[in-house]
Design a protein around this ligand. Sequence first.
Ligand SMILES: NC(=O)c1ccc[n+]([C@@H]2O[C@H](COP(=O)([O-])OP(=O)(O)OC[C@H]3O[C@@H](n4cnc5c(N)ncnc54)[C@H](O)[C@@H]3O)[C@@H](O)[C@H]2O)c1
Ligand SMILES: [Zn+2]
Length: 358
Amino acid sequence: MKEIQADTYSIYLGEEVLHEFNSILEDFQDEYSNFFIFCDENSSKYCLPRLIGLVPMLIGAELIEVESGEQSKSLSICYDVWKTISESQADRKSIVINLGGGVVCDMGGFIASLYKRGLRFFHIPTTLLSQVDASVGGKLGVDFEGHKNQIGLYKNPDMVLIDPKFLQTLPKRHFLSGCAEVFKHALIADVEYWDLITQLDLDNIPNIEDILFRSISIKNKIVQVDWEEKGLRKILNFGHTIGHAIESQSLKNNRVLFHGEAIAMGMAVETLLSKLRGFLSEVECIHILDKLEAAFTLEKIDRFEFSDLLKWMQQDKKNTDGHINFTLLSSIGKAEINVSCLPDEIEDALHKYNFFLS
Ligand SMILES: NC(=O)c1ccc[n+]([C@@H]2O[C@H](COP(=O)([O-])OP(=O)(O)OC[C@H]3O[C@@H](n4cnc5c(N)ncnc54)[C@H](O)[C@@H]3O)[C@@H](O)[C@H]2O)c1
Ligand SMILES: [Zn+2]
């Protein structure tokens, strides 16, 4: 088992983590009253049996299950969950265990943090995306009026337990969605890592634990320097200014792209924007686009939707003074933050993206 030390908590990684978790709970029985396991219909079906099987201390925990998918990440579902835990008389010594993907971790942490001014919570992420990204760094929240993560806060979990075995039941499309964040980590921080992952067969990664470790370490290092995203942490937003707009637009139209799918498209457009703004060389731009296209399903973007996308971007919480702010690449493994771009430049990049795919 590997341990990665974050600010105020530890991230444990390996197939033995749940067994160890049971011992921890046995040793600290005085520290808690009861457990709530927050999950969605799939993590309940595919992951809960393994959790309870390996952690008998959780037998008797109260299960709270929501429907799977981004649509659940809403205040109205939070309200229902608060009602349930209130009826079950959760107290300040109750612990919430978030067992699921990024939706469950973001929302479960949010619910726990606000209830009675804060219950302790653990993340047990079960998708690739949540293992390498969403469970690390303390960003919690829900979507609001179509805008991603609009209501939320920063609060760290008390522990993160990452068991790679959970990935065995994850559908391939969701696995690939998580790979988008892995690609992002490499693009913003580590050219050697980029060379490694772009040579992998993503259908069959031989040593997934190493990938988890490298990606978590990159993210953890960044958020330790700048937890509240005043500076450096913004590099993690590469691909996300356009990606979040694509994701919001897709949710609105019920076409439902997964988060990583939208981010892969966002990274491709923002790579072109990096080139257009003179940060990135033509050679590296084409190389990145080729690798993204080989790994992910990049959909063309209807030009009649460009103005809607710009509207989503204009309301992005990363903006200041009415400018649309980006994190762009200056080379593979290196990013520039706070680059404000004009609508015309963004549209130009969107056109070039469609042209690249044609
Ligand atoms: N907080 C952060 O820093 C951060 C970072 C990146 C992404 N996010 C958020 O994470 C969310 C996306 O996360 P996600 O991709 O994990 O989506 P998700 O939580 O919707 O999970 C994807 C799907 O996999 C299912 N599932 C989960 N574990 C499974 C398993 N082991 N086997 C089979 N099915 C399983 C889920 O039920 C769901 O249908 C987005 O809301 C995004 O905004 C947050
Ligand atoms: Zn993301």
